[in-house]
Design a binder for this molecule. Structure first.
Ligand code: 4AD
Length: 462
């Protein structure tokens, strides 16, 4: 009986380690628990000290009631105590602390975030190494993580096979010359100086590798980092960003692509709104007020489709003065894209059939069109402009060979021509800029605020 007693004593005294999300759920009322996290607020009241602690697993912090202690905003703690029903309406439970151990101190004078202050995204961006300690940015990171899962779920549920396309490549898929070259840092001998024997670059797009796989799999996708040496300080360009790319074989027309693009956008957005409801609500309330209405409005109707020629016509008839004048054959600028979105009722809009000369070598020639166009499509969205770019690919060997020869690329892309020689099928695909997607659903103005570690010209912090 002595042994049983000591086991009972042990069971009572050994606290259960909980993540904050479990602790706040109310499922462990009465339990002796231990939680760890960072202090998000400190409030002395009468004889007690009220703390809010969070470990990033939930938006809702856990209220800790302690009798006393020297605790500051931002410090890391380990708290042991009993979970009790909270008398306050705002939370289900609170933790009555028996012991608080300070794991890491935080000097409140130097800490850039101040208790009870709501810092804007521009301010917290200055501290990329500390910004996950703010509520706004930790919500954003949870939403980003959920959106990643939602996109993978969409593809899994729709029969797409995920392909890990390479990060180092010898091709420039877009042909825009915005490549970062990869070389060993300090070659010790001549052989190392030419490590890959050919010039190698960080990928600008996984499309060509997906096209390789689409010769054996009718639906493939990839979701990974892409790199562009664009010397741009704009609010929607990064040097390193994540792209979601899909490739579909046996396509009949551009509608086969617009359907996947629209379905993926809707499915991922609905998932995020459902599974991250609290974080999204916080964001739409305090960071980008009113944006929830824009998102709901976006999802109400089917996305309209207009041709590039119609788009130019709309822009030419507009009374708005654009910095870049429009005429058939010009590239659409952000100001044009935003105007077109507004014109179509502030919902996402597809623009198809761009001038052939504007598109890379792989885009399919629309020979039957009166103007010389390619079967390419962009998805333009509110607040951002271009979110996705895609096209049907030129699957006809003779036309593709001629185009590559005109560009002097037939040797570089002999393997790509092979894809058209051995079981070529009509196919097409698109790429979606993941950070721009987050900007669109969250209403965030600057792309640097939706990625943990932004890289852009003249900036590679951390
Ligand atoms: O339109 P893009 O250049 O298309 C491609 O790269 C195709 N090869 C994709 C494909 O068909 N598989 O890029 C696709 C999307 C853009 O619409 C934009 O949302 C995003 O990628 N994007 C950028 N996002 C952030 N920073 C940049 N510098 C970006 N460049 C493109």
């Amino acid at each position: 009986s002595r042994r049983i007693l000591s086991i009972r004593y042990y069971c009572k005294r050994t606290p259960t380690k909980l993540r904050l999300s479990e602790a706040v759920s109310g499922s462990k009322l009465g339990a002796n628990v231990q939680v760890q996290g960072w202090v998000r607020s400190v409030r002395p009241q009468k004889k007690n000290l009220f703390l809010h602690v969070n470990d990033g697993s939930t938006l809702q912090p856990l209220q800790i009631v302690a009798s006393s202690g020297l605790l500051t905003f931002g410090c890391a703690v380990e708290v042991t105590g009993t979970l009790k029903q909270s008398p306050h309406q705002k939370q289900l439970v609170e933790l009555e602390a028996d012991q608080i151990l300070v794991v890491g101190e935080c000097n409140p004078v130097d800490f850039p975030f101040k208790i009870k202050e709501r810092h804007n995204l521009e301010y917290i961006r200055q501290f990329p190494h500390l910004r996950c300690r703010t509520n706004a940015f930790s919500s954003l990171l949870r939403i980003r993580s959920e959106a990643t899962t939602a996109i993978h779920s969409y593809f899994r549920e729709n029969g797409f096979v995920q392909i890990h396309t390479p990060i180092i490549t010898s091709n420039d898929c877009e042909g825009a010359g915005e490549l970062f070259q990869v070389e060993p840092q300090s070659p010790e001998n001549d052989e190392d100086a030419n490590f890959f024997s050919v010039p190698a670059f960080l990928t600008v797009s996984g499309q060509l590798h997906l096209e390789v796989m689409s010769g054996g799999f009718s639906r493939v996708y990839t979701f990974g980092p892409t790199f562009r040496a664009e010397n741009s300080q704009s609010r929607r360009h990064l040097a390193e960003f994540y792209m979601v790319e899909a490739e579909v074989s046996f396509t009949q027309s551009i509608e086969d692509l617009t359907k996947v693009m629209e379905d993926m956008f809707r499915s991922a957005t609905e998932d995020v709104l459902a599974h991250c409801a609290e974080d999204v609500a916080l964001f739409h309330k305090h960071v980008t007020p009113g944006h929830r209405d824009t998102v709901d409005h976006m999802l109400k109707k089917r996305f309209p489709v207009i041709t590039y020629t119609e788009a130019i016509d709309i822009l030419n008839r507009s009374s708005q003065k654009f910095a870049f004048p429009t005429q058939w054959g010009c590239d659409l600028q952000t100001e044009h894209e935003k105007y077109l979105v507004k014109h179509c009722g502030n919902i996402p809009v597809f623009v198809t059939d761009y001038p052939y000369e504007l598109k890379p070598f792989y885009a399919r020639d629309n020979e039957d069109h009166p103007e010389h166009t390619a079967a390419a499509v962009d998805l333009l969205v509110p607040g951002v402009g271009e979110l996705c770019g895609g096209s049907l690919r030129e699957e006809r060997l003779d036309l593709l060979r001629t185009r590559l020869e005109e560009a002097g690329l037939q040797d570089t892309y002999s393997w790509y021509l092979d894809l058209r020689r051995f079981g070529s099928v009509p196919h097409g695909g698109f790429g979606l800029g993941f950070e721009r997607y987050l900007q669109c659903i969250l209403g965030v103005d600057n792309i640097k605020d939706v990625i943990p570690f932004p890289r852009f010209s003249h900036s590679c912090l951390l």
